[in-house]
Write a protein of this length. Sequence first.
Length: 317
Amino acid sequence: MYSFSKIIVDYLCVRNKLWFCFSDALFAESVHYWPMDRMNISLINLQVSADSLSAFHVNSKEKLISSNKVSKDVSSTSRWRTEVVSKIVDVKGGGAGQAFGNVVTSQGILNGSVSTDGAHGWIRMGHFISTCLGEPSVCKDGLTVSLWLKYNRTYTQPYQYFLGTSGSLDGYRGFLIYQNFQNDNRDHMIVKVENGTRVWRRSFLAPSDTWLYVSFTWTSSKGLIVYCNGSLVGYDSRGQKTAPIQPYYTTLTLGRPNDKLQFSRGTLDDIAVWYRALHSREVAAMFARGAGLDLEADSVIAEKGELLIFWQLLLRL
């Protein structure tokens, strides 16, 4: 809930053309935020039983070593496996996701970004049971998800799944950002949201090998609204009835859906989540923040636009 003083600060940011101030305030308001430059890498040693040694596949990230330690019960040499653990930090929610397979970091839009290889790399971002992100039916004020995304077209599989808490089939509640080249061979992106009884979905053109700022808002009353690079690209206000699938998944996954091992080739940066539906002007301000644009010459900061934002902020009280 907004305080009156925060509304005045936000309004002054807009009134004085300080859009970066406005967008930074929005990111401060987010519930979850993964800047993607916070990857913590550590080593852990796991003891391996003699019976399971043959089951391990030794590669560059796993190494079996011998130890002179003798257990109290078994007078034999112990075996250990050293494993690299990479974690992605949610700086707002406090959780830490774990990377699996070939996930690499590189320069992104704002700071660092993470890339998945389309073969076996993915990230488990966390579990969101009984939350707005995992179960939209509990969203009182709606849901907004935004991220920077650059993908590589794959011709070996008909689907690519980039980010979501919903599974690959209709009936799994949550959200999902993905591609379906079986139905549309053009470069495109699809956003879907499910609340357990209905599914909202919208597809839009999205060129490959290009940084795109993908964001969407959803409420049970207004449905799904999708933006690309700060501009409206489509909406689905009615949705369709769907039969819920049990059990369902609430894990947020990057680089694959959470119900099967099908991987994508993409690079993601600056993932943020709000438990409310942002206004289109707020979405535009966040895009400008990442793209380094100056919105001062744009009509969105005309006097009428400033007054509209002020009244919208007041309505949050």
